[in-house]
Write a new protein. Sequence first.
Length: 390
Amino acid sequence: MSRRPSAPFPRLLPLLLALAFSAACSSGADPVPTPRADPAGPDAEAFLSAFERVDGPQPLAFPQDDGPHPGYLTEWWYYTGNLETDTGLRFGFQLTFFRRAAAPPGSVPERPSDWAAEQIYFAHFALTDVAGDGFYSWERFSRGAAGLAGAQADPYRVWLEDWSVASNGDGGYRLIAAQGDIRIDLDLDDLKGRTLHGESGYSRKGSDPGNASIYISQTRLEAAGSVVVDGAEHAVTGLAWMDHEYSTSALGPDEVGWDWFSMHLDDGSELMLFQLRRADGGISPYSSGSLIEPDGSVRHLSVEDFSIAVERFWTSPHSGAEYPAGWTIEIPAFEIRLELEPVIADQELQLSFVYWEGATMVSGSRGGLPVSGSGYVELTGYAHSMQGEF
């Protein structure tokens, strides 16, 4: 989720933490420290108050801020992209690393064990095989200890076991993930540098100034490498997108989920939009976006600047959830009109929580000239039955 406009699936976070805690402790080694307060219980406010909150713009410095921020409750590094072979085979991929604090910084006495940890990591890996009409997804959990999982700034690396993204020492990154007979191995070259969304990275999600995150993206990563599906290896190239976000906040009580869009357009620009959906069917006024021009300049978009119309729906045969499955996006001030279509309908992740995230095709116009491209869409809060799956 920003990926994330806020902490992922906010009403499920206490349950998600419990699941992560249980999975991380299953080895029988020294347990991860129990949170001093239950985030779902009466001490929730005290627990959350022990963490920093994003309540305004912050000075950011890189590469330091590419790494983890353990003073905040939740953080993620999100990679998505569209890939193609020279014969026209197409693939989409998602590799996401989440950090979730099990206890406030410094609240647990130091212990000599290599297994001692205050952070839980979990990761999602998904691959879309367009020609094969296939979608594959997996998740893993681990403690942030004993080298099993973690994140660091310099040299940059984020990992969970053998799923990882790391600096390649040449200004780019190497992304690797494999599960069974599915594997991706990509070199990523950053063509534009970092984009700071909102106000210098301060991305508000509600009326409380602290209901916000620091939201940083690398919007145009040139990808080259290989995809292995069913034992067949394919050389691929394409474009990827990275989101890095951290916060100590959640969606408001009247918000049920979000729709998030990223797009690479063939005129050299990129577009990110998210809309926070309310229980009454409305859209939060804190929905927003960014238009990144070919020269890297960023134009902030408020909810009044764009519209997102759903053109059709798809019902999941797995969860029964009904998802949007085609959109028209308009940004009148920039004469942008875009139509988005999923490359295949079924890109629903059936993991500890259920959501739709998948590759899309983009076509339309800007300033009266045709544009096309590719993108990714994330849809949360549609599979309401997931609340009973824990």
